[in-house]
Design a protein around this ligand. Sequence first.
Ligand code: PEP
Length: 252
Amino acid sequence: MRQKIVAGNWKMNKNLDEAKELIKGIKKEVQAGLEDGTRVIIAPCFVNLHYAAKKTKKSTIEVAAQNMHQANSGAYTGEVSADMLTNLGVNIVILGHSERREYFGETDELLAQKVDAALENKLEVVFCFGELLEDRKSGNHFKVVENQLKKALFHLQEADFKNIILAYEPVWAIGTGETASPEQAQEIHAFVRELLTKKYGVETANAISILYGGSVKPANAKEIFSKPDVDGGLIGGAALKAEDFAAIIKSI
Ligand code: PEP
């Protein structure tokens, strides 16, 4: 059985006071029995990770970072290493988000280094990938997705790949209110699972969770999650309200 996962990417939202409120709200909702075996992950910004990790330690909520540097330490002003994250009790990192690719120039080659550093430090990686609108319009979306995965991840050995959670996030659906249809999501997820089968074999391919991300809301989550190769969601905007996030978790 593949793990079902709902992860909330808070991006650059919520100061410490607001993060405290949101964590309190999510804990209340999750403790009220919403999760049903589903892994629930929250990804606050760096400065709130320490608080979030401490506050969720005894709960089933897990905490992820939104990024990290590929080096273990050194003269990289403003950066945060994998070791700094695990030392806080943060054991998951999101890598490859389209905003990191677009605004911070992160390439698949750089992401391959970050993935290696994360895995060496025993972090689980939520790896985001997905095509631009122009790729989809020109019919190149399969090729784009395949290239992203091959360049950033397919150097990994099978044992390491098992620590990857994939998140398909078509860029045209992120924060735009425009969701990929459940059929469009399933089509790509099935394509990715086929790529994984070819590379790592059917057992590993069937064990990897593939999340969908892009304007998932309480109103559309159930239909998207009902697709056989969609194992949960990476949620942006709707993860910033405890009730909405909880409703999405409940939809799985
Ligand atoms: C995201 O940024 O990962 C995301 C899916 O955002 P939203 O849900 O707001 O589209």
